[in-house]
Design a protein around this ligand. Structure first.
Ligand SMILES: Cc1cc2nc3c(=O)[nH]c(=O)nc-3n(C[C@H](O)[C@H](O)[C@H](O)COP(=O)(O)OP(=O)(O)OC[C@H]3O[C@@H](n4cnc5c(N)ncnc54)[C@H](O)[C@@H]3O)c2cc1C
Length: 437
């Protein structure tokens, strides 16, 4: 196989969010260093282009390192807008603009991009064994990468004094992240906390036949509400076992539940299959009327002008039609002596017990998760390179001098709202600042 050899002071493996931030920072702070970004996709920043549904929620006023991140974006000329809830976006609300700006800024600072090139392995030896090692470097790294093109496979060897592993996790594999960084880091002596998909939807047992629980299609319905997660290996699920609760827009999809509050919930659903644990220890409850007491609402209307109104119709005054129909079908024990369903019965005919049952279904609609959606749907990876082995302030490996680990590749994940990109920017900047010292 044909083999090229080249050198760079710093190799950044992965031209995603953290890799691009590091590349620019190095270009600005250490212009004398040669910087090479090895990116397996045809262009850098493919995932950045998809973030925030194409709008790129770049940061959050609450994120760690927020002012440093904003200073960086000001320096490279990105105009941003901050919403009242603290979420920060590029002023153009275009994620593609952010990726293009980062790439062009890095290139203008002399950073070299090797796109369409896949890093396969990294090894190192003490710099003292190499006669022409860069001053200050403790190790010399040997990186092997390949280019697959029409002519076949080309192998390239790169020697570098510093390596930044910025290869992301496993979430969103179509953007180039399939977990390559774990294998490379493991071979360098690092331990990996088992990666699992997070910030994603869940599939539920109750989704009979895929999308039609009780014969009612909920897929496509959205509702404001509060999602709560209960965790109990004994499956008792008392109030004390509630481990998560968040208000937001719940999206009922063709497979189960989605929406930002559901995404955030999945960060609390880590379990160890190898130790015999399963998703049975979790239960999800939705409060679809968190601002009021639906039982009181119904009882108020059992007398007066709504007394003859069918119960189903009353429920539709507070819930979207498919959801109202689903909830009342769930609360229904079967037709009355006249063959009428609970939904069709006049409000005045409902017993206290029936009203309470409807209220239970509205305030605590229960679902049993059967599956957390996989990597294709996940926005982030839970797990990764153990934080015990990384210097938090500099992103440098505590095991290998001159090796840096940034972004999602490390065992750090955050809720939705710009925190994950913030982590990528700030860890990339920290690595670059440490190398530039
Ligand atoms: C659809 C979607 C939307 C999101 N929206 C937001 C949002 O709005 N706000 C937010 O804060 N977070 C968001 N995130 C999360 C955020 O994008 C990531 O946490 C962040 O991009 C991680 O940055 P990173 O530098 O660690 O890795 P990435 O940005 O994933 O970059 C890693 C790079 O490494 C490259 N690579 C991998 N293996 C190799 C190899 N062997 N050789 C060479 N290159 C390699 C990949 O091709 C990729 O370009 C979103 C994620 C997804 C999937």
């Amino acid at each position: 196989m044909e083999r090229e050899t080249r050198r760079a002071d710093v190799v950044i493996a992965g031209g995603g969010a953290s890799g691009l931030a590091a590349a620019i920072e190095l270009g600005m702070k250490a212009p004398a260093l040669s910087v090479l970004v090895i990116e397996k996709m045809p262009e850098p920043g493919r995932k950045i282009r998809a973030t925030g549904s194409g709008r790129c929620n770049i940061s959050n006023t609450d994120a760690a390192g927020f002012s440093r991140i904003m200073e960086f974006f000001r320096e490279i000329g990105l105009v941003t807008r901050t919403y009242d809830n603290g979420l920060v976006y590029p002023y153009s609300e275009s994620a593609a603009d952010v990726a293009t700006l980062l790439t062009e800024r890095a290139a203008s600072l002399g950073v070299f991009f090797a796109c369409g090139e896949e890093l396969m392995s990294v090894r190192y030896m003490p710099a003292s064994l190499v006669s022409d090692a860069a001053p200050g470097s403790k190790n010399i790294f040997k990186l092997e990468s390949v280019i697959r093109d029409r002519d076949g496979l080309r192998s390239i060897v790169t020697y570098a004094s510093f390596v930044i592993l910025a290869m992301g996790g496993k979430a969103g594999p179509t953007f180039g992240t399939i977990g390559d960084g774990y294998r490379i880091a493991r071979n360098l002596g690092h331990s990996i906390v088992t990666p699992v998909p997070a910030l994603t939807g869940i599939e539920c047992d109750e989704w009979d036949g895929g999308c039609e629980p009780c014969g009612i299609t909920l897929g496509g319905t959205r509702s404001a509400g509060v999602v709560s997660l209960y965790k109990d290996p004994e499956e008792v699920f008392s109030e004390e076992t509630r481990v998560f609760g968040e208000a937001g827009e719940i999206q009922f999809t063709k497979y189960g539940l989605s929406g930002i509050c559901v995404f955030n919930m999945t960060r609390h659903m880590r379990y160890n299959r190898r130790a015999g644990e399963s998703l049975d220890q979790f239960l999800v409850r939705l409060d679809l009327f968190p601002d009021g007491d639906i039982a009181a609402y119904i009882r108020d209307r059992q007398k007066g002008c709504f007394a003859d109104t069918p119960a189903g119709e009353i429920l539709r005054t507070v819930l979207k039609e498919p959801l109202a129909d689903y909830v009342i079908a769930k609360a229904d024990d079967g037709p009355d002596e006249n063959g009428r369903s609970l939904a069709d019965r006049q409000l005045s005919s409902l017993s206290d017990e029936e009203v309470s049952k409807i209220a239970d279904c509205v305030h605590a609609l229960t679902f049993h998760p059967s599956q957390i959606r996989g990597w294709n749907d996940a926005q982030v990876t839970m797990g990764g390179i153990s934080l015990d082995e990384i210097n938090e302030a500099t992103s440098e490996s505590l095991l290998v001098d001159g090796l840096y680990i940034t972004g999602e590749l490390a065992d750090r994940d955050f809720r939705c709202g710009g925190y994950n990109l913030s982590n990528a920017w700030i860890t990339g900047l920290a690595a670059a600042d440490d190398i530039a010292l």
